[in-house]
Design a protein around this ligand. Structure first.
Ligand code: GAL
Length: 717
């Protein structure tokens, strides 16, 4: 097996560190200085060693253009350092101050309706604006120069959750930057661009790059997928360039600093590509209550696991710069409140899925501003209550185990192809109301999560050799090199499952002119797709029932119509299909494992397997449903050898495994408020002792309780 490209980070990479960062995002500028000493004492008593400071304090660092003042933060850093707490400093570019937006209004974002962003919230400046980039470099340089010799400042976060409030801007600066980007991308050849965007369709060709406009949805119709795809590639490139300015300055100032970014909303950033390249590791902000309620993913545990696994695919293990510690609110909403024990459980779930450092959000809640009800470790009245005690319990346990945890990676038996920017965007440009690759992959992930099967997301250029099963959820844009990698994976004994719609478009987002799936995939799977169609009955939601947020991991299925229900059979079991059907022409050396069982498709293959080397390559001509995902992993069907990490895992328990060179760590987390006994777990209990009846191989988990068990290598399933 060929290894992943040199230089790229891998899902299997731990962070190279011997420090497990424990602490909180902290805002000393929000309280009177008389709090600072007590805060630092309490943090130290809780076992904290790190805080993150300054991401929204540009107006304090530079109160007037060119006038810098680091006094407040210098004193705050010094107080914390005296108590053994180091600082991660942030570039404060998410909140340019008022003097900047007054003096340089051209830096403001413009939305699709042409409204210019107003001052008064955050992320109002356009990262593609050259003027804003100048200011970003200036403040970064001033801060880097000031802190270069401060031993308490150990690393940096760039900006804050880039693109989370809004990734797009339709400003004049963005339009110009888009034109420049395209001129570069197409080597100054407008003919190439017209070809890529399909200029002969609806007379959308351009005479030169200066004529190019930003794609605006529904104004009045739909733009070409090529145009939209390139706009999103541009946004990703602009965000990377904006960050790179800062990274270069920080690295030049002090080569010992680590630099990372905290991922928020995952839009218009090519995390696994150029964005990560210059970072030491990634940060991922964890808000299980927020994401679950926003996205209806089916439980805070599942929601958290999905996003953590997805984020790990970008660059391996990560830190959590913001780990939800209490309920959260902004003016229009308030999330559910984590129950007693749940904050600690959520923190352990993050570690179980790859966190090598955890900072809670936030040390204390604000008393003013747009997040006054976003709770922190401390309460508004400065009394340490249950959240403080849970943070302390977690930090104490974690510090004791840090040498066992650091250096290990998360086990994955089932890998789901993910983290490919072009494929994610290609779907958005032409979704036809169907689930995105991420939404389809999330069905497989959900099945594994609920059944205790180790699973996660992985890019196809990454090291696939440690997986048992690789599921490829309809990646439309395909590269022949992935065909080769899938082939090698199967030859080595793995099972590949390729889903419908994979390998149907080229890099320009044009539909291929060859048999589908293209780029050698058809030969590998032994199948040709003759026809495809969408499945949604006449009484389903309307055609434009848009899957507008393609990163929502759970989709409501279209309402079924008995008239237009399409069924298939695997063995004697009949299932109802969702979203799409394909009719397959099957090669001679291919076994048909499932067939359509009604209507005009009756008898045609929909699930196939071709043996390749010691493994197999399968093709499934529809999107996943929960039932189909479950069936695909049953032993009798594909002989995948995928077993749960713990046999007979009770419902409501999350399980994950981190693997070291000569030991494994099994993490068990109780997602419920009931006591649960997990049978069949042997090994040394590292966390959760008071609840355990070890002789019987049982782990007793209290409400929201956690256990960590050290197992000898290979002792598990
Ligand atoms: C994050 C953000 C924080 C804070 C938090 C709670 O996305 O980085 O600054 O706003 O959400 O809303």
């Amino acid at each position: 097996m060929e290894t992943y490209p040199i230089g790229a980070k891998s899902v299997w990479d731990p962070i190279s560190t011997d420090r497990f960062m424990l602490g909180a995002a902290h805002y000393p500028e929000h309280v009177d200085e008389s709090y600072w000493e007590r805060d630092a004492e309490r943090m130290a008593a809780a076992g904290f060693n790190t805080v993150r400071l300054g991401e929204f304090a540009w107006h304090i660092f530079e109160p007037r253009e060119g006038v810098f003042d680091f006094d407040l933060f210098d004193r705050a850093i010094e107080v914390l350092a005296r108590h053994g707490i180091d600082t991660i400093m942030c570039t404060p570019t998410a909140t340019p101050p008022r003097w900047l937006t007054m003096n340089y209004p051209e830096v403001l974002r413009v939305d699709e309706q042409g409204r210019t962003a107003s001052h008064g919230s955050r992320q109002h400046a356009d990262t593609a604006s050259p003027v804003f980039r100048d200011h970003s470099r200036r403040i970064t340089r001033a801060m880097a120069d000031h802190y270069r010799d401060n031993k308490a400042v150990i690393g940096w976060q760039t900006d804050n959750e880039l693109n989370t409030t809004s990734p797009t801007s339709y400003s004049a600066a963005s339009r110009r930057a888009f034109q420049v980007y395209l001129e570069h991308r197409y080597d100054g050849d407008i003919g190439m661009l017209n070809h890529a965007w399909g200029g002969d369709f609806w007379a959308t060709a351009y005479d030169n790059f200066d004529q190019i406009v930003l794609p605006i949805a529904d104004a009045p119709g739909h733009c070409s997928p090529g145009h939209v795809q390139d706009y999103h590639r541009f946004l990703a490139a602009a965000t990377t360039a904006f960050q790179k300015d800062q990274i270069d300055i920080l690295r030049a100032a002090n080569k010992d600093w680590f630099v990372f970014h905290n991922i928020g909303r995952q839009d218009d950033i090519d995390f696994r590509g150029s964005f990560c390249e210059d970072l030491d590791f990634m940060g991922y902000d964890v808000y299980p209550a927020l994401f679950d309620e926003l996205r209806r993913s089916g439980g805070m545990g599942l929601s958290q696991a999905h996003y953590l696994d997805k984020s790990r695919a970008y660059a391996g293990n990560f830190i959590v710069p913001e780990q939800q510690s209490g309920s959260g609110g902004q003016p229009p909403f308030a999330t559910l409140n984590p129950e007693p024990g749940e904050m600690r459980r959520m923190a352990w779930s993050s570690v179980a899925r790859g966190a090598d450092g955890i900072l809670f959000f936030r040390w204390r809640p604000a008393h003013f501003g747009a997040e006054i009800y976003w709770n922190g470790v401390m309460d508004h009245d400065d009394v340490p209550r249950r959240r403080y005690h849970e943070a302390k319990a977690f930090a104490t346990e974690c510090a004791a185990l840090k040498d066992k945890i650091l250096g290990t990676h998360v086990r994955m038996d089932v890998g789901i192809a993910s983290a490919d920017f072009d494929n994610q965007e290609a779907h958005k440009t032409f979704s036809m109301g169907m689930p995105s690759p991420e939404q389809d992959g999330a069905v497989m992930h959900r099945h594994c999560y609920r059944n205790g099967i180790s699973c996660g997301y992985i890019h196809l250029d990454d090291d696939l050799s440690r997986l048992k099963v690789l599921y490829v959820p309809h990646w439309p844009i395909w590269d022949t090199r992935w065909t080769k990698r899938l082939h090698e994976f199967a030859e080595g004994g793995g099972t590949v499952i390729v889903s419908s719609q994979t390998g149907t478009r080229d890099r320009n987002n044009h539909v291929l002119r060859t048999v589908r799936p293209g780029e050698g995939l058809s030969e590998l799977v032994g199948v040709q797709v003759e026809e495809f169609g969408r499945l949604a009955g006449p009484d389903a939601e309307a055609l434009f029932f848009g899957w507008s947020d393609s990163s929502d991991p759970v989709l409501p299925l279209p309402t079924e119509s008995s008239e237009r229900r399409y069924n298939f059979k695997v063995g004697n079991q009949e299932y109802t299909a969702a979203h799409t059907y394909e009719l397959l022409e099957v090669g001679q050396d291919v076994d048909v494992l499932g067939s359509w069982s009604n209507r005009f498709a009756e008898g045609r293959a929909m699930l196939t397997r071709r043996k390749v080397g010691r493994g197999a390559v399968c093709y499934v001509g529809t999107h996943l449903t929960d039932e189909l995902a479950a069936r695909l992993l049953e032993q009798d069907l594909l002989a995948t050898q995928v077993m749960p990490l713990v046999p007979n895992l009770p419902q409501g328990v999350e399980v994950s495994m981190r693997q070291g060179e000569d030991y494994d760590l099994l993490f068990l987390m109780n997602l419920t408020a009931d006591k649960i006994i997990v049978p069949g777990v042997f090994g040394a209990l590292l966390v959760g002792q008071e609840d355990r009846t070890h002789e019987h191989g049982e782990v007793h988990l209290g409400p929201h309780g956690c256990a960590i068990v050290e197992c000898a290598k290979g002792a598990g399933a």
